[in-house]
Ligand binder design. Structure first.
Ligand code: FAD
Length: 489
């Protein structure tokens, strides 16, 4: 039995919860627009729909939903994609509508959304990437962002034509987070492992012919700053065909110099222990290598003799000041490589009519309530996910902050209704948005039409012995949607 103070607190919490999730259904619906259909959008929708007066319309720029769960999460991590099952149940809710193939800020202005909905939640993620800012970065063949490479193997329509040239033995990935590990794993994995996944056929075909045997993952700071997670690190170190190379002495020295701090940071201590653990002996030789380098900043992409293709990357060696700040030493090393992937972070962008922090790539906000340039709360405008806190963190982190944002929306709904019931006068919602002249030409895809694409992709996958074969062109997706519409008519 809980003591009285806890019982009282629990009663208050239950009361507050009940008020937030009020089930009054007599009045007109409260219409909420959510922009972006990644985990942040779906988790926000899930919470808002607990209030039975709320209707959610979700706008997505692509004809297909789920954001980075579909286009980011690695194909050999199918278990991570199980969250889609939960999102599917939200999609089936009759107070939820999906409007795919609509880019807000483009064919539909943000202002049109705000004036046709009571509340608007922005969860459109981070669709740009950070550059290295080195010589020849944009001119040489063989240099790609991890974002475009990941999009290419995962079938994102924007990157279907990337066609990276894998006719080189060595690739460099700059950046030391899980995305860098994903890129390295896809490049080094035995093809038979990838054939069982939903990786796109065009990528499989290129990887079958790939000459890449050696991958270098390079970071500008030390082991205390790596952003890998233990599970992903263990997975790549356990690859039977790949030798894992690292300066173990340097990692061990760092660990012994920071013993006290590491006792308080157990996850990092564990990570560093994994990093220096010798690999299990393999049954067969390991023809491929993965080398992790510390204390190196890329300074230039070096061209080959034709001047057109990458031949090496020049790095400046660093030392760490105050244990965390990388400072160039003026000495340089070159790593020969025909491929360079920059994996130094995704970046959010603004849309017209929105106050945006371009440096951090986020919409400034207070617990999810969007702020204007004066730092004041913009009534009824919210932000969730990577657009809210920046492009870091896994799906679970995104779920937690979507929970925070949706709690703010529910609190504001409650307060607006308490102020005056007609504070939330009836609004037109999607009919108002899609009726505007610019939006009339938009070919919006519904959730049931997405399910037609989904069924087709699964069917095509089955023929190839894979969970799905994704359609990679928007035109092809829309063609299927039109066929589904015609069959229904
Ligand atoms: C390569 C990669 C691998 C990852 N692997 C894992 C993993 O294995 N496990 C894990 O837990 N997490 C993983 N993550 C992290 C996870 O994907 C993110 O935490 C999560 O997707 C962020 O959710 P979001 O909704 O904020 O953004 P997103 O998932 O990016 O969703 C944003 C959506 O908004 C849409 N959109 C963009 N602009 C507009 C617009 N103007 N109008 C309408 N719609 C728009 C986009 O098309 C997209 O569908 C990975 C991330 C990356 C980049």
């Amino acid at each position: 039995m809980f003591p009285p103070s806890i019982r009282t607190n629990r009663r208050l919490a239950v009361h507050a919860f009940a008020r937030l999730y009020s089930t009054a259904t007599s009045a007109h619906p409260i219409k909420v627009a959510i922009i972006g259909s990644g985990p942040a959008g779906f988790y926000t929708a899930h919470n808002l729909l607990k209030n039975e007066r709320v209707q959610v319309d979700m706008y997505e720029s692509l004809p297909v939903p789920f954001g980075l769960v579909r286009f980011g999460v690695a194909p050999d991590h199918p278990e991570v994609k199980n969250v889609i099952n939960k999102f599917e149940t939200i999609g089936a809710n009759d107070r939820f509508q999906f409007y795919g193939n609509i880019r807000v800020g483009d064919s539909v202005p943000l202002q049109a959304i705000q004036s046709n909905y009571h509340y608007t939640v922005l969860s459109y993620g981070a669709s740009e990437d950070r550059h290295l800012g080195i010589d020849n970065e944009d001119s040489l063949q063989g240099i790609h962002s991890a974002r475009s490479f990941v999009g290419w193997y995962n079938g994102h329509p924007d990157f279907k034509d990337l066609a990276p040239n894998l006719d080189t033995e060595t690739a460099i990935v700059v950046g030391q987070g899980n995305v860098a590990l994903d890129v390295a794993r896809i490049l080094l994995s035995p093809i038979e492992e990838l054939e069982k996944t939903d990786i796109c056929e065009h990528a499989l075909e290129a990887l079958r012919k790939s000459s890449v045997k050696h991958v270098h993952i390079v970071g500008r700071r030390g082991p205390l700053q790596i952003a890998f997670t233990s599970k992903e690190l263990r997975e790549i170190m356990g690859m039977p065909n790949t030798r894992f190379i690292i300066d173990r002495d340097y990692v061990e020295k760092t660990v012994s110099e920071h013993k006290a701090a590491l006792t308080k940071d157990r996850p990092r201590k564990r990570l560093l222990e994994i990093l220096v653990k010798p690999q299990e002996p393999a049954d067969s030789p390991r023809p491929k290598t993965l080398t992790v380098h510390f204390l190196k900043t890329p300074r230039a992409a070096v061209p080959d003799s034709s001047g057109a293709r990458l031949a090496a990357v020049k790095f400046e060696d660093n030392e760490l000041r105050d244990d965390a700040v990388a400072v160039g030493t003026g000495s340089f090393t070159e790593i020969p490589a025909g491929l360079l992937f920059r994996s130094v972070g995704y970046k959010g962008t603004g849309i017209p009519g929105l106050h945006f922090d371009s440096r951090r790539g986020v919409v400034p906000n207070n617990k999810g309530r969007a702020l204007d340039s004066q730092g004041k709360i913009i009534p009824r405008l919210y932000v969730a996910g990577w657009l809210k806190r920046g492009p870091t963190g896994v799906i679970a982190t995104t779920m937690h902050d979507a929970n925070e944002t949706s709690t703010m929306v529910l609190e504001d709904i409650h307060q607006d209704l308490e102020a005056k019931e007609d504070a939330l006068a009836s609004v037109s919602g999607a009919a108002g948005v899609l009726g505007t002249s610019a939006a009339k030409a938009v070919d919006a895809v519904s959730f049931s039409e997405w399910k037609a694409i989904d069924a087709y992709e699964r069917e095509q996958g089955q023929k190839l012995g894979k969970p799905r074969e994704k359609i990679v062109s928007t035109e092809e997706m829309l063609r299927l949607v039109h066929e589904a519409r015609a069959a229904k008519a």
